[in-house]
Design a protein around this ligand. Structure first.
Ligand code: HAM
Length: 424
């Protein structure tokens, strides 16, 4: 019996992986421009990190984590997201003491959530995320948002919608919490058992419930916007001012609460507006999490970041019909006729590769026609043909596959010949 891939995971095969690499390279380039540095944290962490960081009333912690006991009996969890790990490392490695502040980090790697797989929703997916720790300047909120928007724009996406909200500071959230309890309490019996538990523990989570989404009380629930104190309002105004200054259009959506507990002040999501994108349109989510470092045992540190999955970015490219073929081809295919010539190409191939060219030869004992076909499949710019006769004369025939032009080049100057072409 053959063994199949686990549900909700993907094999990314050659031919598709090039697009992934292109996106990853773009993300890294952007981070360099914006001065975010990479952090690599473990794929698994102590379960407590997520129950405390992400919040134990969230769907992620309650229903979606891959949790297991290791052989030492400790509860471990495959990371469902990257923020908790980044902040744990920030605290544990005392990065708050670094000379370079704020600390601006990025990460790229697999995350794991036991969700119901559907288009755009996987059990293993790759997040690219950034976290800026140590600054309370609303300008950095706008910077973080603009980094995400720029990645999408540089990949060619146009149908994007940015929605933002403010969840306010502690005082504002407490006032809102009271209002939510007051609103839901009389009819909480009509809600799912999760929501009943959430009422006292974290009523904001009720607004995020997938089961009771359509209950009429959801539509009339008090909005956080009406409970923001002056300070929170002023902060949110500044974020909006900076986004406008950066020419980033946005909509304020008072219903945006996000599915993780650590947020306060700015919360945002970037959605795809492309037709036929499917039911899940959120490409990227993020927000501010002042207080998370403290929660994880560190000093009081403001923080903001986002994460987006490469899977959804690729889905959005497809939905917008953006050309994603990134087959660059190779510089040279060495075709050989005759035993001596074939032997010779082993060393010649190595010379080309050492000089920095991408090159390939035949390994299947193909006839010359088959070798040209193979060169075509590899999208070779040049095919250099070596027969035993040429070998005796110390020359090789180089064919430019775009023009059809052929030239005879001295064998020992083949590498130089390509170098000169490259400089033109
Ligand atoms: P999140 O909203 O849970 O936030 O996830 C962020 C992004 O990860 C989503 O917008 C989506 O692109 C992608 N994503 C989430 N679940 C899946 C899935 N099952 N399949 C495919 N893609 C998925 C966070 O993870 C926060 N840590 C973001 C953050 C960073 N906030 C502050 N800093």
């Amino acid at each position: 019996m053959s063994i199949s891939i686990p549900r909700g995971t993907q094999d990314i095969l050659p031919g598709d992986v090039e697009l992934w690499q292109q996106i990853e390279n773009k993300a890294r380039e952007l981070c360099k421009k914006y001065q975010y540095q990479e952090i690599r944290t473990p794929i698994f962490e102590h379960t407590e990190l997520f129950s405390r960081g992400v919040g134990d009333t969230t769907d992620i912690v309650q229903k979606e984590m891959y949790t297991f006991d290791d052989r030492g009996g400790r509860s471990m969890t495959l990371r469902p997201e990257g923020t908790a790990s980044a902040v744990r490392a920030f605290v544990e490695k005392k990065m708050f003491g670094l000379a370079k502040q704020p600390v601006k980090l990025y990460y790229m790697g697999p995350m794991f959530r036991y969700e119901r797989p559907q288009s755009g929703r996987f059990r293993q997916f790759v997040q690219f995320g950034v976290e800026a720790l140590g600054s309370n300047d609303p300008a950095i909120d706008a910077e973080v948002i603009s980094l995400a928007m720029n990645l999408y724009k540089e990949m060619g996406l146009q149908k994007l919608k940015l929605i933002i909200n403010s969840l306010g500071d502690k005082e504002s959230r407490l006032a809102h919490r009271e209002a939510l309890i007051h609103h839901f309490q009389p009819r909480i019996g009509e809600f799912c058992s999760d929501c009943q538990k959430r009422l006292e523990k974290n009523p904001l989570r009720i607004l995020d419930c997938k089961v009771d989404r359509d209950h009429e009380l959801m539509k009339t629930a008090p909005s956080i916007i009406d409970y923001l104190n002056d300070e929170s309002k002023a902060y949110f105004d500044k974020v909006q001012k900076y986004l406008t200054l950066l020419d980033i259009p946005f909509e304020v959506d008072a219903n945006l609460v996000r599915g993780l507990d650590y947020y306060n002040h700015t919360a945002f999501e970037i959605m795809s507006d492309a037709e036929g994108f499917g039911a899940i349109t959120t490409l990227c989510g993020g927000g501010r999490y002042n207080g998370l470092a403290e929660e994880l045992g560190g000093p009081e540190t403001p923080g903001i970041g986002f994460a987006l999955s490469i899977e959804r970015l690729i889905a959005a490219l497809k939905a917008e019909g953006i050309e994603t073929d990134v087959n660059e081809g190779i510089d040279c295919y060495l075709a050989a006729l005759g035993e001596d010539a074939k032997d010779y190409t082993v060393g010649l191939l190595q010379q080309l590769r050492s000089a920095g060219f991408s090159a390939e030869r035949d390994y299947l004992n193909r006839k010359i026609k088959g070798q040209f076909k193979a060169a075509d499949r590899l999208n070779a710019k040049f095919v250099a043909v070596l027969g035993d006769d040429e070998l005796k004369k110390n020359v090789i025939n180089v064919k430019d596959m775009a023009t059809g032009e052929q030239v005879e080049v001295a064998l020992e100057s083949l590498v130089d010949y390509f170098r000169k072409l490259q400089q033109q």
